[in-house]
Design a protein around this ligand. Structure first.
Ligand code: NDP
Length: 480
């Protein structure tokens, strides 16, 4: 059985405990590799390595750091096929999704921040006749990055790349559920001779390894993406230690469809925004609100398309949905479908586990599920399910749909479909979300601020926001 190793100070190491635990392949439900069961001793080694590496790395010029990061981007690109296959195997997502989305984006994350840092300028404030202030932007030191399983390498590198570009040294933990491509990234670091100790990757369980990263007194900033309850636990430890915190948390995003939208484009995009990556994207629109004039047409055509969509093993080129990430997650999603039934919801399609023939007969597959007939404030419509499950709800007026859309604790993203320009802008202004798409979904420009409001998070990633997060401003005044 293949073993995954930690990467600390440029070396591949088992956990100091010597223990490993199973890494399951969601498509088959079988163990296929072993993950180091790291604890605070391993985190201590990683933090000390990062601390030692910091003076040299932070004093490289932006150009030099940029060149190192571009080497990593090229190193991933050279092993593209291997990364794609590994991401799909580890996560259960269709191979073509990993090929078109996950791995290209991981490469872009390194390229984007490698080039952003050479254009990063700090501010100066002139006081006429008195003097000038200029603001230095210094790297923080050792920072912790913790990421989830849904877009494993994509979200991992989205944190690591700006942290490194800004001159920090990193201790990072991928989700224990999907560690493999982070391990491959270590092989790339090794191949390109990346400076030792600058990026340390420690595998293990959230409550052990993740917790140790958050608690360590030398990790001065924590960038976390994951569930809202985990974010809350992390904040309760990190806030009293006055660490900088970036929290990208859960969502329950509304997809608001008005009568006057471009129906065909809306329908094609809504299929993706509902079920891409088995609905396991924090930006998926899981609450679909449809204006009454087109509600029946939408319902019939949406259901007709989804009934035909193919749930299959990840390597199947025709697979539209693959496996969900784990048995535990599959059970959670199915329990929400049962809850929806209890709450009076009508399952229009899906609603159950899909059984594929051997060798995938123990894999974690769920049919894409559309539910109607639920009130906007029931638990199914308020809590994050994070799987291939959406609800559809009719509405009449803008006021009514805004009230329903804004009724959850979450505020990550929203999608609005209309050809009325004025209404689109007004809705975008009033919706409680960090990200709004009008007549589109998941169009991403890496320069834009990314993150949510309310229980969807604190702070923003992306572009200058990320570089600001990973640096400390220091204002200097010079008197004339
Ligand atoms: P979790 O919160 O369970 O885990 C996220 C990461 O935190 C994992 O690496 C996990 O390790 C680790 N972790 C768990 N407990 C602790 C702890 N006590 N201290 C430190 N680290 C810990 O989320 P999931 O992995 O289940 O991911 C799904 C969630 O992520 C969804 O809620 C989704 O909405 C959200 N998400 C948000 C995004 C955004 O940008 N806003 C983007 C993508 C996902 P381990 O795997 O071992 O538990």
């Amino acid at each position: 059985m293949e073993k995954i190793y930690n990467f600390i100070n440029g070396e591949f190491l088992p956990a100091t405990s010597g223990l490993f635990f199973d890494n399951l392949e969601p498509a088959t439900g079988k163990t296929y590799s072993l993950i180091p069961d790291s604890d605070k001793e391993d985190v201590e080694l990683a933090v000390q390595a990062a601390k030692k590496a910091f003076p040299v790395w932070s004093n490289l010029s932006n150009d030099e750091r940029s060149k190192w990061m571009l080497k990593v981007a090229n190193g991933i690109a050279k092993r593209m096929e291997e990364f794609v296959a590994a991401e799909s195997k580890d996560n259960g997502k269709p191979l073509k999704l990993a090929e078109h989305v996950d791995i290209p984006r991981a490469i872009s994350n390194f390229e984007f921040f490698a080039t952003a840092i050479v254009h990063y300028a700090s501010e100066s404030h002139h006081m006429v006749g008195t003097g000038v202030n200029y603001t230095l932007r210094k790297p923080i030191g050792v920072v912790g990055c913790i990421s989830p399983w849904n877009l494993p390498l994509y979200l991992f590198t989205w944190k690591i790349a700006p942290a490194l570009a800004a001159g920090n040294c990193v201790v990072a933990k991928p989700s224990e559920v999907t560690p493999y491509t982070a391990y491959l990234l270590c092989k790339v670091l090794d191949e390109v001779g990346f400076p030792k100790g600058v990026l340390n990757i420690v595998h293990g369980l959230g409550h052990k390894t993740g917790d140790a990263i958050v608690r360590h007194e030398l990790t001065k900033a924590i960038s976390f993406t994951g569930g809202t309850s985990t974010g809350k636990a992390i904040a309760s430890i990190a806030a009293p230690m006055f660490k900088k915190l970036s929290l990208e948390l859960g969502g329950k995003n509304p997809n608001i469809i008005f009568d006057d939208c471009d129906f065909e484009e809306m329908l094609a995009t809504t299929i993706r925004s509902s079920f891409a990556n088995q609905g396991q994207i924090c930006l998926c629109g899981s609450r679909i609100f449809v204006q009454k004039g087109i509600y029946d047409k939408f319902k019939n055509e949406f259901v007709a398309k989804i009934i035909k969509s193919k749930v299959s093993y990840p390597e199947d080129p025709k697979a539209q949905l693959g496996a969900v990430v784990s048995k535990g997650h599959m059970e959670k999603v199915l329990s929400y479908i049962a809850l929806a039934r209890e709450e009076g919801g009508k399952i229009l399609t899906g609603g159950e586990r899909v059984n594929l023939p051997a060798p995938h007969d123990e894999g974690f597959y769920i049919a894409p599920t559309i539910i109607e007939g639920l009130s906007f404030d029931c638990r199914t419509n308020q809590e994050e399910i994070f799987g291939p499950v959406v609800t559809i709800t009719p509405f009449e007026t803008e006021e009514e749909v805004l009230r329903m859309a804004n009724s959850t604790d979450y505020g990550l993203s929203a999608t609005i479909w209309t050809s009325d320009l004025k209404r689109a802008h007004q809705m975008a202004d009033q919706i409680e979300a960090g990200i709004v798409w009008i007549n589109a979904w998941l169009v991403r420009d890496l320069r834009t601020p990314f993150g949510g409001v309310k229980s969807s998070g604190v702070g923003r990633e992306g572009g200058w926001e990320a570089l600001r997060f990973f640096t400390e401003p220091k204002n200097v005044f010079v008197k004339y």
